[in-house]
Design a protein around this ligand. Structure first.
Ligand code: UDP
Length: 489
Protein backbone atom coordinates (compact mmCIF):
# COMPACT_ATOMS: atom_id res chain seq x y z
CA UNK A 1 0.00 0.00 0.00
CA UNK A 2 0.95 3.67 -0.27
CA UNK A 3 1.89 4.10 3.36
CA UNK A 4 4.09 1.06 3.18
CA UNK A 5 6.07 2.20 0.18
CA UNK A 6 9.67 1.15 0.34
CA UNK A 7 12.32 3.67 1.35
CA UNK A 8 15.81 3.27 0.02
CA UNK A 9 18.66 4.86 1.96
CA UNK A 10 21.89 5.44 0.08
CA UNK A 11 24.61 5.58 2.74
CA UNK A 12 27.88 7.24 1.74
CA UNK A 13 30.49 7.08 4.51
CA UNK A 14 33.81 8.90 4.63
CA UNK A 15 36.64 6.47 3.91
CA UNK A 16 38.10 6.32 7.43
CA UNK A 17 37.23 3.72 10.11
CA UNK A 18 35.96 6.21 12.72
CA UNK A 19 33.42 7.39 10.14
CA UNK A 20 32.63 4.16 8.28
CA UNK A 21 32.15 1.89 11.30
CA UNK A 22 29.20 3.84 12.76
CA UNK A 23 27.68 4.14 9.27
CA UNK A 24 27.68 0.35 8.96
CA UNK A 25 25.87 0.28 12.29
CA UNK A 26 23.25 2.71 10.95
CA UNK A 27 22.82 0.48 7.90
CA UNK A 28 21.90 -2.44 10.15
CA UNK A 29 19.54 -0.35 12.26
CA UNK A 30 17.72 1.00 9.21
CA UNK A 31 17.49 -2.32 7.39
CA UNK A 32 15.90 -4.01 10.40
CA UNK A 33 12.87 -1.74 10.04
CA UNK A 34 9.96 -2.75 7.78
CA UNK A 35 10.05 -1.59 4.15
CA UNK A 36 13.48 -0.08 4.33
CA UNK A 37 16.36 -1.06 2.07
CA UNK A 38 19.93 0.16 2.41
CA UNK A 39 22.86 0.50 0.04
CA UNK A 40 26.28 1.42 1.36
CA UNK A 41 28.37 3.16 -1.27
CA UNK A 42 32.06 2.40 -0.83
CA UNK A 43 35.13 0.99 -2.57
CA UNK A 44 36.27 -2.63 -3.07
CA UNK A 45 38.95 -2.64 -0.37
CA UNK A 46 36.56 -1.10 2.15
CA UNK A 47 33.74 -3.46 1.23
CA UNK A 48 36.11 -6.35 1.91
CA UNK A 49 37.24 -4.78 5.19
CA UNK A 50 33.82 -4.08 6.69
CA UNK A 51 31.99 -6.89 4.91
CA UNK A 52 32.61 -9.59 7.53
CA UNK A 53 30.67 -7.57 10.10
CA UNK A 54 27.69 -7.29 7.78
CA UNK A 55 27.79 -10.66 6.05
CA UNK A 56 26.00 -12.74 8.69
CA UNK A 57 23.13 -10.23 8.58
CA UNK A 58 23.00 -10.24 4.78
CA UNK A 59 23.00 -14.04 4.84
CA UNK A 60 20.01 -14.04 7.12
CA UNK A 61 18.11 -11.77 4.73
CA UNK A 62 18.70 -8.25 5.99
CA UNK A 63 18.07 -5.92 2.99
CA UNK A 64 21.45 -4.21 2.99
CA UNK A 65 24.21 -4.37 0.41
CA UNK A 66 27.41 -2.70 -0.71
CA UNK A 67 27.70 -0.79 -3.95
CA UNK A 68 31.37 -0.84 -4.88
CA UNK A 69 32.80 2.07 -6.84
CA UNK A 70 36.31 1.42 -8.17
CA UNK A 71 38.65 3.78 -6.33
CA UNK A 72 40.70 5.98 -8.71
CA UNK A 73 43.93 5.51 -6.76
CA UNK A 74 46.26 5.57 -9.77
CA UNK A 75 44.56 8.59 -11.35
CA UNK A 76 45.03 10.49 -8.09
CA UNK A 77 48.67 9.45 -7.66
CA UNK A 78 48.08 7.00 -4.80
CA UNK A 79 49.55 3.52 -4.37
CA UNK A 80 47.19 0.68 -5.26
CA UNK A 81 44.73 -0.52 -2.62
CA UNK A 82 45.08 2.62 -0.48
CA UNK A 83 41.39 3.29 -0.06
CA UNK A 84 41.13 4.46 3.54
CA UNK A 85 42.61 7.48 5.32
CA UNK A 86 44.15 5.30 8.02
CA UNK A 87 46.20 3.30 5.51
CA UNK A 88 47.87 6.31 3.88
CA UNK A 89 51.63 5.82 4.02
CA UNK A 90 52.14 9.50 4.84
CA UNK A 91 50.32 12.77 5.40
CA UNK A 92 51.72 14.27 2.20
CA UNK A 93 49.30 12.01 0.30
CA UNK A 94 46.22 13.47 1.94
CA UNK A 95 45.48 15.88 -0.96
CA UNK A 96 45.75 12.96 -3.41
CA UNK A 97 43.37 10.98 -1.26
CA UNK A 98 40.84 13.82 -1.19
CA UNK A 99 41.13 14.10 -4.95
CA UNK A 100 40.36 10.41 -5.39
CA UNK A 101 37.40 10.68 -3.03
CA UNK A 102 36.03 13.60 -5.07
CA UNK A 103 36.35 11.55 -8.24
CA UNK A 104 33.89 9.06 -6.79
CA UNK A 105 31.11 11.55 -7.53
CA UNK A 106 31.26 10.92 -11.26
CA UNK A 107 31.52 7.18 -10.75
CA UNK A 108 28.41 7.16 -8.63
CA UNK A 109 26.45 9.42 -10.94
CA UNK A 110 27.26 7.25 -13.96
CA UNK A 111 25.41 4.43 -12.24
CA UNK A 112 22.81 6.40 -10.34
CA UNK A 113 19.87 5.98 -12.73
CA UNK A 114 20.26 2.22 -12.64
CA UNK A 115 20.10 1.89 -8.85
CA UNK A 116 17.08 -0.17 -7.85
CA UNK A 117 14.84 0.77 -6.14
CA UNK A 118 15.27 4.46 -6.78
CA UNK A 119 17.12 6.01 -3.78
CA UNK A 120 14.82 8.01 -1.51
CA UNK A 121 17.62 9.94 0.13
CA UNK A 122 21.35 10.19 0.58
CA UNK A 123 22.71 9.84 4.09
CA UNK A 124 26.34 10.87 3.84
CA UNK A 125 29.23 11.87 6.03
CA UNK A 126 29.49 15.60 6.64
CA UNK A 127 32.88 15.63 4.92
CA UNK A 128 31.59 14.00 1.72
CA UNK A 129 30.75 17.41 0.31
CA UNK A 130 30.07 16.33 -3.28
CA UNK A 131 27.14 14.20 -2.19
CA UNK A 132 25.22 17.45 -1.70
CA UNK A 133 25.43 18.12 -5.47
CA UNK A 134 24.42 14.58 -6.30
CA UNK A 135 21.36 14.85 -4.09
CA UNK A 136 20.32 18.09 -5.79
CA UNK A 137 20.91 16.61 -9.24
CA UNK A 138 18.60 13.66 -8.56
CA UNK A 139 16.08 15.63 -6.56
CA UNK A 140 16.39 13.75 -3.29
CA UNK A 141 17.16 15.02 0.21
CA UNK A 142 20.65 14.76 1.65
CA UNK A 143 20.96 14.03 5.33
CA UNK A 144 24.28 14.67 7.02
CA UNK A 145 25.83 12.04 9.19
CA UNK A 146 27.82 13.72 11.90
CA UNK A 147 29.42 11.01 13.99
CA UNK A 148 29.70 13.39 16.93
CA UNK A 149 27.39 14.83 19.56
CA UNK A 150 25.14 17.85 20.01
CA UNK A 151 27.52 19.35 22.55
CA UNK A 152 30.19 19.76 19.87
CA UNK A 153 27.62 20.93 17.33
CA UNK A 154 26.39 23.64 19.66
CA UNK A 155 29.91 24.70 20.66
CA UNK A 156 31.09 25.14 17.08
CA UNK A 157 27.83 26.82 16.03
CA UNK A 158 28.25 29.38 18.81
CA UNK A 159 31.95 29.84 18.14
CA UNK A 160 31.25 30.83 14.55
CA UNK A 161 28.83 33.52 15.72
CA UNK A 162 31.05 34.82 18.48
CA UNK A 163 34.07 37.10 18.55
CA UNK A 164 35.29 35.71 21.85
CA UNK A 165 38.64 34.75 20.27
CA UNK A 166 39.49 38.30 19.26
CA UNK A 167 42.71 39.40 20.90
CA UNK A 168 43.24 36.10 22.71
CA UNK A 169 46.54 34.29 22.56
CA UNK A 170 46.69 30.51 22.15
CA UNK A 171 46.83 29.68 25.81
CA UNK A 172 44.44 32.30 27.24
CA UNK A 173 41.49 30.46 28.75
CA UNK A 174 38.01 31.65 27.81
CA UNK A 175 34.45 30.49 28.46
CA UNK A 176 32.75 28.65 25.58
CA UNK A 177 29.98 31.05 24.57
CA UNK A 178 26.25 30.40 24.89
CA UNK A 179 26.28 27.02 26.64
CA UNK A 180 24.08 25.80 29.50
CA UNK A 181 27.27 25.11 31.52
CA UNK A 182 30.27 27.30 32.23
CA UNK A 183 33.15 25.60 30.45
CA UNK A 184 36.66 26.92 30.07
CA UNK A 185 38.92 26.11 27.13
CA UNK A 186 41.83 27.66 25.22
CA UNK A 187 42.14 28.59 21.58
CA UNK A 188 44.93 26.03 21.17
CA UNK A 189 42.47 23.28 22.13
CA UNK A 190 39.82 24.19 19.59
CA UNK A 191 39.17 22.25 16.38
CA UNK A 192 41.43 23.20 13.45
CA UNK A 193 38.94 25.56 11.84
CA UNK A 194 39.39 27.91 14.80
CA UNK A 195 43.15 27.81 15.04
CA UNK A 196 45.93 26.40 12.94
CA UNK A 197 44.49 25.38 9.63
CA UNK A 198 46.15 26.38 6.40
CA UNK A 199 44.03 28.19 3.82
CA UNK A 200 43.16 25.09 1.83
CA UNK A 201 41.90 23.27 4.90
CA UNK A 202 40.00 26.31 6.08
CA UNK A 203 38.39 26.63 2.68
CA UNK A 204 37.37 23.00 2.74
CA UNK A 205 35.90 23.28 6.24
CA UNK A 206 34.01 26.35 5.12
CA UNK A 207 32.44 24.30 2.34
CA UNK A 208 31.56 21.58 4.82
CA UNK A 209 29.76 24.18 6.88
CA UNK A 210 27.92 25.58 3.90
CA UNK A 211 26.65 22.22 2.69
CA UNK A 212 25.73 21.36 6.26
CA UNK A 213 23.51 24.42 6.54
CA UNK A 214 21.60 23.50 3.36
CA UNK A 215 21.18 19.83 4.19
CA UNK A 216 17.75 18.36 4.84
CA UNK A 217 18.70 17.27 8.33
CA UNK A 218 21.39 15.76 10.47
CA UNK A 219 21.94 12.42 12.15
CA UNK A 220 23.90 12.44 15.39
CA UNK A 221 25.60 9.47 17.06
CA UNK A 222 24.45 10.29 20.54
CA UNK A 223 21.36 9.71 22.68
CA UNK A 224 19.20 12.46 24.05
CA UNK A 225 19.44 11.50 27.72
CA UNK A 226 23.23 11.81 27.58
CA UNK A 227 23.23 15.53 26.81
CA UNK A 228 19.59 16.62 26.93
CA UNK A 229 20.16 20.35 27.42
CA UNK A 230 22.62 20.45 24.55
CA UNK A 231 20.29 18.47 22.29
CA UNK A 232 17.48 20.92 23.03
CA UNK A 233 19.63 23.97 22.41
CA UNK A 234 21.07 22.54 19.22
CA UNK A 235 17.60 21.66 17.89
CA UNK A 236 16.58 25.27 18.43
CA UNK A 237 19.44 26.68 16.36
CA UNK A 238 19.05 23.96 13.74
CA UNK A 239 15.28 24.31 13.35
CA UNK A 240 14.27 20.73 13.95
CA UNK A 241 15.55 17.98 11.68
CA UNK A 242 18.07 16.59 14.15
CA UNK A 243 17.95 12.87 14.87
CA UNK A 244 20.00 11.37 17.71
CA UNK A 245 20.19 7.66 16.84
CA UNK A 246 22.99 6.44 19.10
CA UNK A 247 24.88 4.89 20.62
CA UNK A 248 25.38 3.15 17.30
CA UNK A 249 27.98 0.71 18.62
CA UNK A 250 25.24 -1.00 20.64
CA UNK A 251 23.92 -2.57 17.44
CA UNK A 252 26.88 -4.93 17.88
CA UNK A 253 25.69 -6.40 21.13
CA UNK A 254 26.63 -9.87 20.07
CA UNK A 255 30.05 -11.47 20.19
CA UNK A 256 30.74 -11.63 16.46
CA UNK A 257 29.88 -7.99 15.89
CA UNK A 258 32.14 -7.04 18.75
CA UNK A 259 35.17 -8.77 17.36
CA UNK A 260 35.11 -8.26 13.60
CA UNK A 261 33.93 -4.68 13.67
CA UNK A 262 36.03 -2.40 11.56
CA UNK A 263 38.47 -4.95 10.34
CA UNK A 264 38.00 -8.03 8.23
CA UNK A 265 41.09 -9.82 9.36
CA UNK A 266 40.87 -11.55 12.67
CA UNK A 267 43.37 -10.34 15.25
CA UNK A 268 44.91 -12.04 18.24
CA UNK A 269 41.60 -12.06 20.01
CA UNK A 270 41.97 -15.29 21.88
CA UNK A 271 45.33 -14.27 23.30
CA UNK A 272 43.80 -10.99 24.50
CA UNK A 273 40.83 -12.62 26.18
CA UNK A 274 43.04 -15.23 27.86
CA UNK A 275 45.31 -12.48 29.15
CA UNK A 276 42.33 -10.50 30.48
CA UNK A 277 40.82 -13.59 32.10
CA UNK A 278 43.91 -13.91 34.29
CA UNK A 279 43.60 -10.38 35.68
CA UNK A 280 41.55 -9.30 38.69
CA UNK A 281 38.06 -7.99 37.93
CA UNK A 282 38.14 -4.21 37.44
CA UNK A 283 41.92 -3.95 37.47
CA UNK A 284 42.97 -3.23 33.87
CA UNK A 285 43.46 0.07 32.06
CA UNK A 286 43.02 -0.09 28.27
CA UNK A 287 44.86 2.55 26.22
CA UNK A 288 44.08 3.23 22.56
CA UNK A 289 44.22 6.37 20.42
CA UNK A 290 41.72 5.27 17.79
CA UNK A 291 42.30 4.41 14.17
CA UNK A 292 44.13 7.29 12.54
CA UNK A 293 45.99 9.24 15.20
CA UNK A 294 49.58 10.33 14.66
CA UNK A 295 51.60 10.69 17.82
CA UNK A 296 55.36 11.27 17.80
CA UNK A 297 57.58 8.51 19.23
CA UNK A 298 58.82 10.66 22.17
CA UNK A 299 55.21 11.21 23.21
CA UNK A 300 54.32 7.54 22.86
CA UNK A 301 57.27 6.77 25.14
CA UNK A 302 55.79 9.05 27.82
CA UNK A 303 52.53 7.16 27.47
CA UNK A 304 54.28 3.80 27.85
CA UNK A 305 56.19 4.97 30.91
CA UNK A 306 53.02 6.42 32.41
CA UNK A 307 51.18 3.14 31.97
CA UNK A 308 54.02 1.30 33.65
CA UNK A 309 54.26 3.80 36.51
CA UNK A 310 50.52 3.54 37.20
CA UNK A 311 51.21 0.09 38.61
CA UNK A 312 48.01 -1.22 37.07
CA UNK A 313 47.76 -3.98 34.49
CA UNK A 314 47.42 -2.38 31.07
CA UNK A 315 46.63 -3.07 27.43
CA UNK A 316 48.40 -0.65 25.14
CA UNK A 317 47.43 -0.41 21.48
CA UNK A 318 50.46 1.09 19.76
CA UNK A 319 49.68 2.73 16.47
CA UNK A 320 52.80 4.58 15.35
CA UNK A 321 52.11 4.56 11.62
CA UNK A 322 55.07 5.52 9.49
CA UNK A 323 57.22 5.96 12.62
CA UNK A 324 56.66 2.50 14.03
CA UNK A 325 60.32 1.50 13.73
CA UNK A 326 61.38 4.33 16.05
CA UNK A 327 59.06 3.21 18.83
CA UNK A 328 59.92 -0.46 18.30
CA UNK A 329 63.59 0.43 18.65
CA UNK A 330 62.88 2.11 21.97
CA UNK A 331 60.86 -0.88 23.17
CA UNK A 332 63.71 -3.24 22.30
CA UNK A 333 66.53 -1.02 23.51
CA UNK A 334 65.00 -0.35 26.92
CA UNK A 335 63.51 -3.81 27.36
CA UNK A 336 60.10 -2.24 28.01
CA UNK A 337 58.00 -5.15 26.80
CA UNK A 338 60.10 -7.74 28.59
CA UNK A 339 60.20 -5.71 31.81
CA UNK A 340 56.44 -5.16 31.87
CA UNK A 341 55.44 -8.57 30.58
CA UNK A 342 53.45 -9.46 33.70
CA UNK A 343 51.82 -6.06 33.84
CA UNK A 344 51.14 -5.14 30.23
CA UNK A 345 49.93 -6.44 26.90
CA UNK A 346 51.03 -4.61 23.77
CA UNK A 347 48.85 -4.73 20.67
CA UNK A 348 50.38 -3.58 17.39
CA UNK A 349 47.50 -4.24 15.04
CA UNK A 350 43.77 -3.60 15.12
CA UNK A 351 42.38 -4.20 18.61
CA UNK A 352 38.92 -5.73 19.15
CA UNK A 353 37.95 -2.66 21.16
CA UNK A 354 34.34 -3.54 22.03
CA UNK A 355 35.42 -6.98 23.16
CA UNK A 356 38.14 -5.55 25.40
CA UNK A 357 35.92 -2.83 26.89
CA UNK A 358 33.21 -5.32 27.76
CA UNK A 359 35.58 -7.66 29.61
CA UNK A 360 35.02 -7.60 33.40
CA UNK A 361 38.73 -7.12 34.09
CA UNK A 362 38.75 -3.74 32.35
CA UNK A 363 37.75 -0.69 34.36
CA UNK A 364 39.54 2.23 32.78
CA UNK A 365 39.93 3.48 29.20
CA UNK A 366 42.65 5.93 28.23
CA UNK A 367 41.28 7.48 25.05
CA UNK A 368 42.06 10.23 22.53
CA UNK A 369 38.38 11.14 22.89
CA UNK A 370 37.35 10.18 19.37
CA UNK A 371 33.59 10.20 19.81
CA UNK A 372 33.12 6.55 18.89
CA UNK A 373 35.60 5.55 21.55
CA UNK A 374 34.01 7.80 24.17
CA UNK A 375 30.58 6.32 23.53
CA UNK A 376 31.94 2.79 23.51
CA UNK A 377 33.57 3.40 26.89
CA UNK A 378 30.37 4.88 28.31
CA UNK A 379 28.27 2.00 26.99
CA UNK A 380 30.64 -0.49 28.60
CA UNK A 381 30.35 1.41 31.89
CA UNK A 382 34.09 2.14 31.95
CA UNK A 383 35.37 5.53 33.21
CA UNK A 384 37.76 7.40 30.95
CA UNK A 385 41.21 8.91 31.11
CA UNK A 386 41.04 11.67 28.52
CA UNK A 387 43.94 12.60 26.27
CA UNK A 388 42.58 14.50 23.28
CA UNK A 389 44.85 15.02 20.26
CA UNK A 390 43.05 16.95 17.53
CA UNK A 391 39.78 17.92 15.82
CA UNK A 392 36.83 18.15 18.22
CA UNK A 393 38.42 15.82 20.73
CA UNK A 394 39.08 18.56 23.30
CA UNK A 395 35.39 19.45 23.22
CA UNK A 396 34.56 15.79 23.80
CA UNK A 397 36.93 15.86 26.77
CA UNK A 398 35.04 18.80 28.26
CA UNK A 399 31.77 16.94 27.87
CA UNK A 400 33.19 13.78 29.45
CA UNK A 401 35.04 15.37 32.35
CA UNK A 402 33.03 18.50 33.16
CA UNK A 403 29.48 17.88 32.03
CA UNK A 404 29.12 14.13 32.53
CA UNK A 405 31.69 13.66 35.29
CA UNK A 406 32.85 10.27 34.01
CA UNK A 407 36.49 10.97 33.24
CA UNK A 408 39.81 12.38 34.40
CA UNK A 409 41.93 14.53 32.07
CA UNK A 410 45.65 13.88 31.68
CA UNK A 411 45.92 17.61 31.02
CA UNK A 412 46.75 17.78 27.32
CA UNK A 413 47.27 21.49 26.65
CA UNK A 414 46.77 21.72 22.90
CA UNK A 415 46.01 20.21 19.53
CA UNK A 416 49.19 18.50 18.33
CA UNK A 417 48.20 16.75 15.18
CA UNK A 418 48.28 16.42 11.43
CA UNK A 419 51.66 17.74 10.59
CA UNK A 420 52.08 19.73 13.81
CA UNK A 421 53.19 16.86 16.04
CA UNK A 422 56.87 17.69 15.72
CA UNK A 423 56.38 21.39 16.21
CA UNK A 424 55.20 21.05 19.79
CA UNK A 425 57.15 17.97 20.86
CA UNK A 426 56.14 16.29 24.09
CA UNK A 427 53.13 18.04 25.65
CA UNK A 428 52.08 15.41 28.20
CA UNK A 429 54.50 13.86 30.70
CA UNK A 430 54.41 10.30 32.03
CA UNK A 431 53.56 11.50 35.58
CA UNK A 432 50.43 13.17 34.25
CA UNK A 433 49.46 9.89 32.64
CA UNK A 434 50.07 7.74 35.72
CA UNK A 435 48.34 10.24 38.04
CA UNK A 436 45.22 10.36 35.89
CA UNK A 437 45.14 6.57 35.62
CA UNK A 438 45.43 6.18 39.40
CA UNK A 439 42.59 8.62 39.90
CA UNK A 440 40.30 6.82 37.47
CA UNK A 441 41.10 3.36 38.83
CA UNK A 442 40.75 4.59 42.42
CA UNK A 443 38.15 2.81 44.53
CA UNK A 444 37.69 5.67 46.99
CA UNK A 445 34.62 7.90 47.13
CA UNK A 446 35.52 9.94 44.06
CA UNK A 447 36.47 6.99 41.90
CA UNK A 448 33.39 5.02 42.88
CA UNK A 449 31.13 7.96 42.17
CA UNK A 450 32.62 8.29 38.69
CA UNK A 451 32.13 4.59 38.09
CA UNK A 452 28.56 4.70 39.38
CA UNK A 453 27.77 7.55 36.98
CA UNK A 454 29.26 5.89 33.93
CA UNK A 455 27.50 2.60 34.65
CA UNK A 456 24.21 4.43 35.02
CA UNK A 457 24.77 6.17 31.68
CA UNK A 458 25.61 2.82 30.12
CA UNK A 459 22.23 1.47 31.20
CA UNK A 460 20.39 4.53 29.87
CA UNK A 461 22.26 4.09 26.59
CA UNK A 462 20.97 0.53 26.30
CA UNK A 463 17.41 1.60 26.88
CA UNK A 464 17.73 4.43 24.34
CA UNK A 465 18.14 1.97 21.48
CA UNK A 466 15.61 -0.57 22.71
CA UNK A 467 12.09 -0.53 21.30
CA UNK A 468 10.37 2.58 22.65
CA UNK A 469 13.64 4.25 23.66
CA UNK A 470 14.57 7.75 22.49
CA UNK A 471 16.98 6.71 19.73
CA UNK A 472 14.62 3.96 18.58
CA UNK A 473 11.80 6.47 18.26
CA UNK A 474 14.03 8.98 16.48
CA UNK A 475 14.90 6.35 13.90
CA UNK A 476 11.18 5.76 13.30
CA UNK A 477 10.66 9.50 12.86
CA UNK A 478 13.54 9.73 10.40
CA UNK A 479 12.26 6.85 8.28
CA UNK A 480 8.68 8.14 8.23
CA UNK A 481 9.91 11.62 7.35
CA UNK A 482 11.82 10.30 4.33
CA UNK A 483 8.89 8.05 3.36
CA UNK A 484 6.69 11.14 3.22
CA UNK A 485 9.21 13.09 1.17
CA UNK A 486 9.64 10.18 -1.26
CA UNK A 487 5.86 9.92 -1.76
CA UNK A 488 5.71 13.51 -2.95
CA UNK A 489 8.07 12.73 -5.83
N1 UDP B 1 38.96 0.77 16.80
C1 UDP B 1 39.12 -0.57 17.03
N2 UDP B 1 40.39 -1.05 17.20
C2 UDP B 1 41.48 -0.26 17.17
C3 UDP B 1 41.31 1.12 16.95
C4 UDP B 1 40.02 1.61 16.78
O1 UDP B 1 38.15 -1.33 17.08
O2 UDP B 1 42.61 -0.76 17.32
C5 UDP B 1 37.60 1.29 16.56
C6 UDP B 1 36.95 1.86 17.78
O3 UDP B 1 36.22 0.87 18.47
C7 UDP B 1 36.06 2.96 17.21
C8 UDP B 1 36.81 3.41 15.97
O4 UDP B 1 37.69 2.35 15.62
O5 UDP B 1 34.81 2.44 16.83
C9 UDP B 1 37.60 4.68 16.20
O6 UDP B 1 36.76 5.78 16.19
P1 UDP B 1 37.00 7.06 17.09
O7 UDP B 1 35.91 8.01 16.79
O8 UDP B 1 37.17 6.68 18.49
O9 UDP B 1 38.41 7.62 16.63
P2 UDP B 1 39.08 7.94 15.20
O10 UDP B 1 39.69 6.67 14.76
O11 UDP B 1 37.99 8.41 14.28
O12 UDP B 1 40.09 8.99 15.53
Amino acid sequence: SESNSRVHFLLIPLLAPGHTIPMIDIAKLLARRPNVVVTIVTTPVNAARYGPNLQPHIDSGLPVRFMELPFPAAEAGLPARIESADSLPGLHLLPNFSLAVDMLQQRLEQRFESIEPRPSCILSDRYMIWTADTAVKYGIPRIIFDGMNCFKQLCTHNMYLSNVLDGLSDSDPFILPGLPDRIEITKAQLPQEFNYSDLATRDQLERVRETESTAYGIVINSFEELEQEYVNEFKKVKNGKVWCLGPLSLTNNNESGKSVRGNGKSTNEQRIVEWLDLKEPGSVIYACFGSSSRVIPQQLIELGLGLEASNRPFIWVIRAGDRATEIEEWITKTGFEERTKDQGLLIRDWAPQLLILSHPSVSGFLTHCGWNSVLEGVCAGVPLVTWPLFAEQFLNEKLVVEVLGVGVAVGAPRVVHWGMEDKFGVTVRSEQVSNAIRKVMDVGIEGNERRRKVKALGRVAESAIEEGGSSYKNLTLLIEDIREVAKRH
